[in-house]
Write a protein that binds this ligand. Sequence first.
Ligand SMILES: C[S@@+](CC[C@H](N)C(=O)[O-])C[C@H]1O[C@@H](n2cnc3c(N)ncnc32)[C@H](O)[C@@H]1O
Length: 415
Amino acid sequence: MSSVRARLQQALGELIPVLDIVHGPVEDGAPPAWCEKRGWTEFLLALRDDDLHRCEEHGLEAGLRHLPSAPPELLALAARARQATILPRLSVPAFALPPAALRGVPARKREQLGALLGVAAPLAAWAARVVDVGAGSGHLARLSAELFQRETVGLERDAARLSTARRRTEQRAQTVGALPVRFAAADVGPHRLDLERTDLAVGLHACGDLGDRLVLAAAAARCDLFLCSCCFQKIATPGRAMLSRSGGTLTLEKHVLGLANLTSQAAGVEASLTDNLRGREARLALRRLLQARGLDVTAGEEMRGVNRRRAHAGFSELATKVLTARRLPPPTATELRFHTEDAAREHAAMRRLALPRHLLSRLVEVSVVLDRAVRLEEEGQSVLVAELCDQRITPRNTVLVATADARRLPAAVRT
Ligand SMILES: C[S@@+](CC[C@H](N)C(=O)[O-])C[C@H]1O[C@@H](n2cnc3c(N)ncnc32)[C@H](O)[C@@H]1O
């Protein structure tokens, strides 16, 4: 059995017995059935704040290892989930990118682009054309065209991003001359993605459906592929069926796929862990306030019509904004006080009860990426699944490289 297929079987061997946990998000302070069944409730609810913080920042295994009262089955699950998700790290030097070509590109994105272009270089040297799918503002396609001097096409469905991509390319061309890149409007899915055998298809943070479509199109064309996945839950269907035969009949529902976006670390990509926790508590307080006013609001719906980042402003401001948007009277001081205190209590229990589910986030992510890799392998491609860069640069750092010629696979080292 190939190593990637063995890795998929190992990951699914861990995931399938705990599907009840991944399918049971903690949406209120009541212990979920999976937690009661395994006898973990009492231990989790009694966790001290500092132990909870350690788990949330460094993962459950690191956070609980020193506690003699920690349920051995829980620690063993954490250790096995970690083992099943260890990936090699790509060991290709990053491409030195011309600073003038990176104006307006955020620092973390620059590091990803340097790492990615370093890995893509040997693949691009062989390819007749580079196709960047979900090109966003076009940084990858523009740099790839400039550095590799290959015909490059950036496909993007968002009109505003498309025009930014074109504008930035024109600006850069004023300094370095015309670049062999064009950007085309395409909604991949409704629009067919036709790739050629000699293409290098790339997707940097190609979300949800788009990643799967890219994999299937690359498998059909048997062309080289470089895919860095993210946001698996952004799919048009209620669930994602496995693409590979080895993945079997397993379908992961949207909210399970969303779990893969969670990362245990103090500094998130958009906000710190502390800000995220404060935001979640504010959303819970808001949901309880709306329910107390007689509205039927399920978890997540409380933010309807309001940008989710608004929650970081705190409960009082958020409640005022949301009630105004719903044309309801503003929150009273009594409501604000009551729901602030009530949500603090409930959220403290939810954070503790959610720890076992959260420890499975990387397992969900790696299972999906391995499934994609195995599908390509089943079509005769050589594949590599690895980490592109440190998770602090981007938590969505898994990459899948597929090629018809194994000699083009990048080097990777065990972590
Ligand atoms: C997370 S962004 C990544 C953008 C860019 N690759 C980057 O790394 O900066 C994903 C991009 O894919 C685009 N996208 C998502 N689904 C798409 C689809 N079905 N067809 C075309 N573009 C799509 C989105 O509009 C968005 O610009």
